[in-house]
Design a protein around this ligand. Structure first.
Ligand code: FE
Ligand code: FE
Ligand code: ZN
Length: 286
């Protein structure tokens, strides 16, 4: 079954109900959100009433809560332990985020592995492993490591680096991967040949670890290490290649989330989801 949605907002006033209503307005059957501003660590108390209302509305609309995704804020960097206080803060903050996911009943949280900021990849990976083992101890939430474009000193830019982390995680059933099509294109993977990309993923990590896919086109060529998302069909990956990912038989039942840019301050998700469902490219989107 096609499980498709997009990034949506999550506000103090409307909570999970507001996020769900936004997703429904796009014709989505899943969605992803930050539990607060992605660029800071201020967090508001979650309104249980709104969560309960959202659950009732999900039931009515046959939306499975297990397909919903939270994205961890991108300012936390588990790879960098140069300043001990900052590193500890990041670990504790993500523990809190995991707890917020539990409170909302959300199963999966996507996390950018981090940037090594001069420490080197090996040190970065061991910092991430150390931190994740603390965060995931007794966690009900599964953390999905996102494949990264390789911008700056990002780690997690190839399947091997992610595998190195996964291998050292004690709570194995609470770790997984989120594949981002723009990021892997920018990291150098060839989306003209999705089968061989998936074969490589399966050989190195195992497809059973793949729990979420971010569907984005890219403004840049394969291997550019840039990370600039484009609307689907308007970038270098192309509409047909993205459709092959979305409808791939091995990726059925994996939630697919759009994180494409707004067009004239308007979310493009209703139109993009329509394109995906009808498998027809809309050249009038922008
Ligand atoms: Fe991300
Ligand atoms: Fe992403
Ligand atoms: Zn990105």
């Amino acid at each position: 079954m096609l499980i498709i949605g997009s990034h949506v907002s999550f506000t103090k006033a409307e909570g999970l109900l507001g996020s769900l209503n936004e997703a429904l307005s796009y014709g989505a059957n899943t969605f992803m959100f930050y539990t607060g501003a992605p660029q800071n660590t201020k967090r508001f108390e979650i309104d249980k009433n709104l969560t309960e209302k959202a659950y009732n509305l999900m039931k009515e609309n046959h939306i499975n809560v297990d397909n919903l995704i939270v994205h961890a804020p991108y300012i936390v960097n588990l790879a960098n332990n140069k300043e001990e206080a900052k590193y500890d803060f990041s670990i504790n903050f993500l523990k809190e985020e995991v707890r917020r996911c539990e409170e909302l009943g959300i199963k999966y949280m996507v996390l950018h592995p981090g940037s090594h900021v001069g420490l080197g990849v090996d040190v970065a990976l061991s910092n991430i492993i150390y931190a994740l083992n603390i965060i995931l101890k007794d966690s009900k939430t599964t953390i999905l490591l996102e494949t990264m474009a390789g911008k700056g000193t990002e780690v997690g830019v190839n399947f091997k680096e992610l595998k190195t982390i996964i291998d050292k995680i004690e709570n194995k059933d609470k770790i997984g991967v989120c594949l981002d099509t723009c990021h892997i294109n920018d990291a150098g993977y060839d989306l003209n040949n999705i089968d061989s990309v998936l074969d490589e993923f399966d050989k190195i990590i195992g497809l059973n670890y793949l729990k979420c896919i971010h569907i984005n086109d890219s403004k840049n060529e394969k291997g550019a290490h840039k990370d600039r998302h484009e609307n689907i069909g308007y970038g270098t990956i192309g509409f047909n290649n993205l459709l092959k990912v979305i409808y791939h038989e091995k990726l059925d039942d994996i939630p697919k989330i759009l994180e494409t840019p707004y067009i004239n301050d308007k979310a493009p998700y209703k139109e993009e989801i329509e394109m995906i469902k009808t498998k027809k490219f809309n050249d009038k989107l922008k």
